[in-house]
Structure formats: C-alpha cells, structure tokens
Write a protein that binds this ligand. Structure first.
Ligand code: ZN
Length: 162
C-alpha cells in the first residue's frame, strides 16, 4: 500500500468515531500492509495510537523495527492525571516502534513529542501531502462537541490550519 492508500484507510476508519475531543485515526503498517487500525474512542479518553497498540497486543502482533505507526495527528506527549491513561509518546516508545509518520501538527504537544522521539532514535516525520494534512485537521475539528466551560471557552481545542 502507498502512503496515500494508508491515509485513505485512516480517513475511512475515522468515520466510526465521534470522539468529542477531536477524532484521530492510527494504524500499524509492515511491509506495506496494515496490521491493525483504530480511530480514537467515543469517550474522548483513549487515543488512536493507544488503541491500535492494544489491538496489536491482543492479536499477538510482534512489534519490530519494520513496523511503522501512521497517525492523522502527532502523538500527544502529556495526559492529564484525571484520565488515568498514559500519553501516546510514552506508549509508542515503550513498545519499540522505530518509525512514526503523522499528518497534522499538534501545536500543544509538537515540540515535546518530537524531542522525545528524536532522542530515542525514532524516525519521526510529517507527511508532505498538503491535502491529507488539511483533511486530518478538518477531521479532528469536525467531531469536537464538548460543551463550553463555565467561562464560555471550548474545552477541547480545535487545531489551526497547518
Ligand atoms: Zn495520545
């Protein structure tokens, strides 16, 4: 599968989630074939990268240096302790993924995630296709429905156009 076909599959599976904090889809690819894919969860807690690695674990898929993680948004590098889940950068580094390819930038986490992946020797890069990057931003922003806070501000932040 080409990178284009992989992102088409990610956009397709993303339709299954109405993540109120913004939908993201991720998959694991080896030798051009998708091994596992998942959108982020409806509850806004479990992220796509976390879920796709859980699928791999349940299916007994071995993670080696040939496995590439694709995601429509840069992995997060921090989670609020309230959620009781780990950040995706830590989860990805722990399983030994050596290549991470993403579409949209996440201004909130970008610098920290990038630094941690590069320091760990991970090949970390953004795709070049501007249409897919734009589509990933639109996808994320399209499902944000969390009610406004008492201050009248949105709880989940929309992504700016990359
Ligand atoms: Zn995450």
């Amino acid at each position: 599968m080409s990178e284009k076909d992989i992102f088409k599959e990610l956009f397709e599976v993303a339709k299954k989630s109405k993540d109120p904090e913004g939908v993201v889809a991720a998959c694991l690819v080896k030798n051009g074939s998708i091994l596992a894919l998942s959108p982020s969860a409806h509850d806004g807690v479990r992220h796509a990268e976390d879920l796709v690695l859980e699928i791999a674990r349940l299916k007994g898929i071995k993670i080696d240096e040939k496995v590439i993680l694709y995601t429509t948004l840069e992995p997060c590098s921090y989670r609020s302790p309230i959620n009781n889940v780990r950040d995706c950068t830590s989860i990805i580094l722990d399983v030994g993924i050596k290549t991470v390819i993403f579409a949209a930038n996440d201004p909130e986490y970008s610098q920290n995630a990038k630094k941690r992946f590069i320091e760990a020797g991970v090949n970390y890069r953004q795709i070049r296709d501007k249409d897919f990057i734009r589509k990933s931003v639109e996808l994320f922003n399209s499902t944000i429905t969390i009610p406004l806070t008492s201050m009248g501000l949105p709880r989940a932040k929309k992504l700016p156009n990359n």
